[in-house]
Design a binder for this molecule. Structure first.
Ligand SMILES: *[C@@H]1O[C@H](CO)[C@@H](O)[C@H](O)[C@H]1NC(C)=O
Ligand SMILES: *[C@@H]1O[C@H](CO)[C@@H](O)[C@H](O)[C@H]1NC(C)=O
Ligand SMILES: *[C@@H]1O[C@H](CO)[C@@H](O)[C@H](O)[C@H]1NC(C)=O
Ligand SMILES: *[C@@H]1O[C@H](CO)[C@@H](O)[C@H](O)[C@H]1NC(C)=O
Ligand SMILES: *[C@@H]1O[C@H](CO)[C@@H](O)[C@H](O)[C@H]1NC(C)=O
Ligand SMILES: CC(=O)N[C@H]1CO[C@H](CO)[C@@H](O)[C@@H]1O
Length: 776
């Protein structure tokens, strides 16, 4: 017994040491980690030859063909060239010296972008926008690929009723695996693959064989985690009537492009709640090969992000090659808001999506013993403890010397005093939320929670009845508790309410710009619904459909992926850059109440471009943008050059033979549908090019709103398009006009209009003057 324990202890220590660089001399030399050997664009059309080259290279370094076979994890041979292999540090260094190798990266793990809430009842998706849905034929014939945690194929959202045939260009497969075979695919779910070698080889976990547990991992494309099922059904779920859970909020659920086909690439595994670079890259490689039109990615890094130049992540690399092949890639912005500079997936070729609220809230009444009723938000649908109970404040029942008492921190409540009571808690630390408070109250024997906090993002699943209120209502309840001789309260059952609150708002969790890698590239690009979104979920009894509310930018990215599919269906020749431009320049800055979109962060400010990008996605306008700012792969390469990439490393990302000139301003001149100038000293001129996608003979006029403290001049002021001239270039000159307007970003816009179309670009400028730098 003792010996067994010791052995376990040693194994655990060994695993810890692997991650500890201080011990690298002892351990890492002998330890093989998965590395990605990245070799740029593929040089051969025949994947067999490419694979042989990979084996040859690896045998060379490891000394034998057998060693190479044993170490190889994946060969990437469709979208780009390279491989993943288990290598020691010194082997990795040796391989990186080969001229054909662009770079060698350790395979890291990426997080799924939905951790904010995990909710339980039903809600329809945002309302159908009839015209883009019909004109975009609901995405008919378009294939959306989802790189995520797999799929629960039995869900009605993946039924192929009403679906057209599988496109003949489709080259994907329905890969067999545990509880998954070809019969799980149909005309909706046309492909499913899974990639686990990178995760397993990382030594970070193993499959749980816990077949009785609530979650079990399936060695197949089957989703045990729910995240991938949810995101896939948001992007392209079929129509499902009466989708609901626990009997609440029945409605019609559907994806953004309900007639689009889905291809599932499972690279994220429940046994480690993450996805490895090696598996993600393989998923991109296969998706490019299979023939998807749009890719939706709801995962990514947290800050600090790796600079592009020394260690670009697998999502940036994979998506670069996808975009080069005309595939639109939509990615989540991350859930690290409202702090500025937290946005992830910032590569300029990605469409990066932040999260907004919808106009539905789940309201629950709090009845107090003095007959007053106050309202909060709740998603707790259990039937237990629905009567009047004693209500108390956490500080009154705290254990001595406990921490985070106001917020009901773990172990802060006295079990004798909390038993059978409803407890009022006030959030005072970012470490806490209603879920942790409900666990602490439940642990102490309490039967309900009233949780006061400043933000009202997505509700969370509590273990006992819980209602979220703002600080004002929390304070009123506290006053009642203090004054009443025998304070009691009753927590009501939640019901949905529409349009009671200004919407949309930016979810406070939604990661904010500016981009910490390349601030001149506006990120996020756009916001879309991502709070309390109802979509398909694995069924606990393996019988079929379940629907669940989840919140996160993970939910907003597939909304935009679905809309991109509709646009692609209408305009099959549009590039990913044109589709992004159409989305950004037509996005809305006003909410349903006609007021400007508010930032749902701790202060009630108006959302600026670092919160909302171009604005809130407006699908109907996006199908007819008038003009587009198109961006090609060579534009992106020139941009990377301007960021100081070596000519070699950029040139090897693609075959294109470009001179990599270090052009100071090119970073500003990347043809994006937005303008961000991180440091305007006196004056700066940026260039943009627009392509007319509206009526041939059109005349557009520029309307500018200069950011405070700067002047903005457009040259020429009028753009005339005719049958021979459909592409025109213009310049925008910025100059600082006020000494004092420096320090922070100020915001404005540039809108081209022909009277019918309003092609709006968000503008952000930060004026820097000498003198703000400290004297040394
Ligand atoms: C696929 O799985 C289903 C259900 O598990 C089973 O009924 C069917 O026979 C399997 N089909 C094949 C081709 O293995
Ligand atoms: C296995 O399942 C049981 C029952 O749900 C659970 O209590 C236990 O924690 C699980 N074990 C693992 C290793 O996941
Ligand atoms: C609350 O209302 C009930 C019935 O409506 C009444 O009997 C009771 O006196 C009221 N209590 C207070 C404190 O107003
Ligand atoms: C909890 O409260 C009871 C009653 O006031 C008291 O006797 C007990 O010591 C307290 N326990 C702790 C851990 O504070
Ligand atoms: C279109 O406009 C360009 C530039 O103004 C002009 O040179 C050209 O002749 C025009 N073409 C037609 C067909 O009017
Ligand atoms: C850094 C790097 O890998 N450079 C290579 C790029 O590709 C050319 C040939 O295409 C090689 O000669 C370089 O060594």
């Amino acid at each position: 017994m003792l010996a067994a324990k010791r052995l376990l202890f040693l194994i655990v220590t060994f695993m810890l040491l692997q991650d500890n660089h201080h011990f690298s001399v002892v351990v890492v030399e002998a330890t093989k980690h998965v590395h990605i050997v990245y070799m740029g664009e593929k040089k051969h059309d025949d994947p067999k030859i490419t694979k042989e080259i990979h084996h040859e290279l690896l045998s060379n370094v490891l000394g034998s063909k057998e060693a190479a076979r044993g170490s190889m994890v994946y060969s990437y041979k469709h979208g780009f060239s390279g491989f993943a292999a288990r290598l020691t540090q010194s082997e990795a260094e040796e391989i990186s010296k080969f001229p054909v190798v662009v770079r060698v990266l350790p395979s890291r793990m990426h997080k799924l972008h939905t951790t904010r809430s995990w909710d339980f009842i039903g809600l329809e998706l945002h309302r159908a926008k009839q015209s883009l849905l019909t004109d975009g034929k609901m995405g008919k014939g378009i294939i959306i690929g989802i790189i995520d945690s797999g799929v629960w194929p039995e869900s009605k959202s993946f039924s192929d009723e009403g679906m057209g045939p599988v496109p003949s260009r489709w080259k994907g497969i329905c890969q067999r695996g545990e509880h998954f075979n070809a019969s799980n695919c149909n005309r909706k779910l046309i492909g499913a693959r899974w990639f686990v070698k990178g995760s397993l080889a990382g030594g970070l976990g193993t499959f749980s064989t816990n077949k009785t547990g609530e979650y079990r991992e399936f060695k197949s494309a089957r989703d045990s985690f729910g995240h991938g099922t949810h995101t896939a059904s948001i992007a392209a779920g079929n129509f499902v009537e009466n989708a609901n859970d626990y009997g609440l909020a029945e409605g019609l659920a559907r994806g953004g492009a309900p007639r689009a086909h889905l291809a599932i690439y499972k690279a994220c595994w429940f046994f480690q709640h993450a996805c490895s670079d090696a598996d993600i890259l393989k998923a991109f490689d296969k998706a490019i090969h299979d023939g998807v039109d749009v890719l939706s990615i709801s995962l990514g890094d947290e800050i600090p992000l790796f600079p592009y130049a020394d260690r670009r992540d697998s999502i940036a690399i994979g998506s670069f090659h996808a975009v080069a092949q005309g595939i639109t890639v939509v990615a989540s912005a991350g859930n690290d808001g409202p702090i500025s500079g937290t946005v992830a997936n910032v590569a300029p070729w990605l469409i990066t999506v932040g999260a907004s609220t919808t106009d539905r809230r789940f309201m629950a009444a709090i009845m107090l013993g003095n007959n007053r009723t106050l309202w909060g938000q709740s998603l707790y649908t259990g039937k237990d403890h629905r009567g009047f109970y004693v209500v108390t404040y956490s500080e009154r029942i705290a254990v001595a010397s406990a921490e985070y008492v106001k917020g009901c921190g773990e172990g802060s409540l006295n079990k004798t005093l909390a038993a059978g009571k409803i407890v009022l808690c006030f959030k005072t630390s970012d470490e806490q939320d209603m879920v942790s408070a409900s666990a602490a109250v439940s642990e102490a024997g309490g039967i309900g929670v009233i949780y006061a906090q400043s933000r009202e993002d997505g509700s969370n699943p509590c273990v006992i009845p819980c209602v979220k209120v703002d600080y004002g209502i929390g304070t009123q309840i506290l006053t009642y508790i203090r004054r009443a001789r025998f304070p009691i309260a009753k927590l009501g059952f939640p019901s949905s309410a529409f349009g009671k609150l200004a919407s949309p708002r930016v979810a406070s969790f939604s990661s904010r710009g500016p981009s910490s890698i390349s601030p001149q590239v506006l990120k996020p690009d756009i916001v879309a619904p991502g709070v309390d979104i109802l979509a398909a979920f694995p069924s606990s009894d393996e019988k079929g459909a379940e629907y669940k509310l989840l919140s996160g930018t993970s939910m907003s990215a597939p909304h935009v992926a679905g809309i991109a599919a509709l646009i692609k269906s209408m305009h099959s020749n549009w590039s990913p850059g044109a589709i992004r431009s159409a989305l950004v320049t037509t996005a809305s800055q006003t909410g349903t109440d006609g007021n400007e979109i508010c930032d749902g962060g701790p202060t009630d400010k108006i959302g600026d471009p670092f919160d909302i990008g171009g604005g809130h996605v407006d699908p109907n306008k996006a199908m007819d943008p008038g003009l587009v700012y198109d961006t090609t792969i060579s534009d992106y390469i020139r941009f990377l050059c301007s960021m100081g990439y070596s000519r070699e490393s950029v040139a090897n990302l693609t075959e294109t033979k470009l001179r990599c000139k270090k052009d100071q301003h090119h970073g500003q001149n990347l043809n994006l549908p937005s303008i961000v100038i991180p440091s305007l000293r006196r004056r700066l001129t940026v260039t943009r090019t627009v392509t007319n996608v509206g009526p041939e003979d059109s005349v557009y006029e520029a309307v500018v709103k200069p950011p405070y403290g700067t002047s903005m001049k457009v040259e020429p002021q009028v753009l005339r398009f005719n049958s021979t001239t459909q592409v025109l270039t213009f310049k925008v000159s910025f100059a600082s006009v006020r000494e004092k307007a420096r320090g922070g970003y100020k915001f404005g816009s540039l809108t081209w209009t022909d009277g019918e179309h309003f092609v709006r670009s968000p503008v952000a400028v930060r004026v820097l003057e000498f003198g703000i730098f400290p004297d040394v």
